[in-house]
Design a protein around this ligand. Structure first.
Ligand code: AMP
Ligand code: MG
Length: 402
């Protein structure tokens, strides 16, 4: 055993991680059908007007507004219909005083007209005329050319998250492809002699790999490109070979072997190949987590216990990955509910304690760091500070949902 010299508070770990972020600079050109959730790598400006022509915002009649000045339900104004304009069809007639054109929502406004009377404010007068029952002012119910966007307007800025509305804005100006930042490459690997792939037969002493799959899901959900590697036994030379295979990723996340036992070789690997930024955080679960720089990659050595691994993935990896991907901070949902049962936290460390939401209260769900059900049967976690031993039943707690 090689005991921890010291641990750092979780806030200090987060600060050091934030300082170590290197946002990705590589970009790729993608069709707009494939960029949801990605980040724009360049400003995009409109090259045309949206809408490209003045259009009616209502079904009704395109008129000369002045003609309607005296119109009311009691004293309607009769206008002759010169044509009927549907969408996608250019008008062929000019509208002049005493005349109008029937027009559909989205159809181009005919020349001479400067307002639209809604069909609800008219009554038919035979086939070729209409009676206007209300006055309209110039511009009323008209979408002017360029009302939405004009040439030169910025549609999307470099660094903008491409959410549905921004993808829509790109489509509106006719853009089909956009440069986005690549997803950071995240090399994932489990270490340990006992770890085998789900589906293979279990020999005595072996367990199925959990962490590769939890980490992969977290990485995909937060803008990374997960690159799974075969599990590697606790043999330093094998770990070095595996590290070479992972070396061109932006972020390397390995689980297992990050603690202080004789077979925990991550420390030795960092000593040989990288610079340690921290090792040991005053959190439960997840104390023996290491973070280092390995060449150009950031390296996370996360403990193998599945609950510890996933907890630290949420708390430490997610913010780091999102910043690397240039994504905005994650804003997990929180709910404030009473605690259903007293919790005794003897950790002496900041405890991320998993809970399940049941009947409007938070039921303790944490079993042990080694149990994936500590997480899979929970909906989120509460935080119990280092200096707090117990949380009484009925206390209002803030649950951060996974
Ligand atoms: P370690 O961090 O290597 O000391 O492992 C701590 C505990 O987590 C041990 O019981 C390991 O067998 C278990 N463990 C390590 N890696 C994994 C993994 N990828 N999936 C499931 N359990 C693991
Ligand atoms: Mg191990």
């Amino acid at each position: 055993m090689r005991p921890f010299a010291s641990t750092i508070p979780v806030e200090e770990a987060r600060r050091r991680l934030a300082d170590a972020v290197r946002p990705v600079d590589r970009t790729e050109l993608l069709p707009i059908t494939e960029v949801a959730g990605r980040v724009a790598a360049a400003d995009v400006s409109a090259q045309l007007f949206v809408p490209p022509f003045a259009r009616s915002l209502m079904d009704g009649y395109a008129v000369v507004a002045a003609d309607t000045a005296s119109a009311s339900r009691e004293a309607s104004v009769r206008l002759e219909i010169v044509e009927r304009i549907y969408t996608g069809q250019p008008p062929t007639q000019r509208v002049s005083s005493g005349r109008c054109a029937e027009i559909a929502t989205g159809a181009p406004l005919p020349e001479g007209a400067d307002a639209v009377v809604m069909v609800e404010d008219t009554t038919a007068d035979g086939h070729d005329a209409v009676r206007v029952l209300t006055a309209v002012t110039p511009g009323q119910h008209i979408g002017r050319r360029g009302a939405d966007l004009s040439p030169g307007d910025v549609v999307v800025r470099r660094g903008d998250l491409l959410n549905p509305s921004r993808i829509g804005a790109l489509a509106a100006v006719g853009i089909t492809e956009i440069d986005v930042f690549v997803r950071p490459r995240v090399a994932l690997m489990s270490t340990g002699n006992e770890i085998i792939r789900p589906g293979d037969g279990l020999a005595e002493g072996q367990i199925y790999d959990v962490n590769l799959y939890t980490l992969s899901a977290v990485v995909s959900a937060h803008g990374g490109s997960a690159e799974p590697h075969d599990a590697t036994p606790d043999v330093i030379d094998d770990l070095e070979v595996a590290l070479d295979r992972c070396a061109d990723a932006d972020i390397i996340v390995w689980s297992g072997g990050s603690s202080v036992g004789e077979k925990d070789l991550i420390l030795d690997l960092v000593r040989r190949r990288g610079q340690m930024i921290f090792h040991g955080i005053a959190v439960k679960p997840g104390k023996p987590t290491a973070f280092a720089r390995m060449g150009d990659a950031a390296f996370f050595g996360i403990p193998g216990n599945p609950a510890s691994c996933l907890s630290n993935a949420y708390i430490l990896l997610v913010p780091f990955l999102r910043a690397t991907a240039r994504l905005p901070l994650d804003t997990p949902r929180v709910v404030r509910v009473p605690l259903a049962k007293r919790i005794v936290s003897s950790a002496g460390r900041h405890h991320f304690y998993s809970v399940r939401l049941e009947h409007g209260s938070a039921m303790p769900a944490f079993k042990g760091s080694g149990d994936i059900t500590s997480m899979s049967r929970a909906d989120g976690y509460i935080e119990i500070p280092e200096d707090q031993g117990t949380v009484e039943e009925g206390t209002a707690v803030t649950v951060t949902l996974f």
